[in-house]
Design a protein around this ligand. Structure first.
Ligand code: 5GP
Length: 197
């Protein structure tokens, strides 16, 4: 997605060979216009997949998921990283190691908000090693629902997350695929050419 790649190039900061900071439009301040475009793009890509619910993880997955859910006219559920006092023990949960924070969180979703006949689209801001995505997949599986696909705003393709998810049989749609962050410079994988006849 060209506008996203441009935002990453112009407004992103490479913190190391493995970490990109995009606080100015996604992880701290939110560029609502860009978020609308991102949400619409996810909705287009999963338009025909009979999605009934979107599942993301707080905090940075919420903004892009919100627009996608609105476009597809389905509810958005976000997994919590800290169990709220108002949540009873009636939850699905899974443990996720955070790539950027170096800590492990027990993520939870109330059983009220996922059911066995749901077709779930999982969305997250970044894909690195796939821990967050697999944690969300595990929650969907606990509910008996099916995973229709995984939508990622920024994929770091030099890390193994996509390969692991695809090997496990999941469809991954990433809107920007970063090939390398080496030496402070950001390069993208080319967007696949759609063949029509
Ligand atoms: P994974 O679970 O795939 O290893 O990492 C994805 C999660 O870690 C995302 O939810 C995101 O919050 C965080 N993350 C991973 N890599 C980056 C990065 O380069 N920049 C930022 N801002 N977050 C990242």
């Amino acid at each position: 997605m060209k506008s996203l790649e441009q935002a990453i190039k112009k407004r992103g900061t490479v913190l190391s060979d493995g970490v990109l900071k995009v606080d100015s439009f996604l992880n701290h301040q939110i560029d609502t216009e860009l978020m609308f475009s991102i949400g619409k793009e996810f909705a287009n890509r999963f338009q025909t997949d009979k999605i009934t619910r979107i599942l993301t993880i707080e905090t940075s997955g919420i903004a892009p998921s919100f627009i996608t859910a609105h476009e597809l006219r389905v509810p958005l559920v976000f997994a919590r990283k800290k169990k709220s006092l108002t949540m009873t023990s009636n939850v699905y949960s899974s443990s996720v190691h955070s790539f950027t924070k170096g800590e492990t969180n027990q993520i939870t979703v109330s059983k009220e908000f996922l059911c066995a006949d749901d077709r779930v689209l999982i969305i997250d801001d970044f894909l690195a090693n796939g821990q967050a995505a697999f944690g969300l997949v595990e929650i969907v599986e606990q509910s008996g629902a099916s995973v229709a696909g995984i939508g990622i705003v920024i994929e770091k393709s030099f890390q193994p997350g996509r390969d692991k998810l695809e090997e496990a049989g999941y469809r991954v749609e990433s809107l920007a695929r970063i090939q390398s962050l080496k030496n402070g410079s950001i390069t993208f994988l080319p967007e696949p050419v759609l063949l029509t006849n």
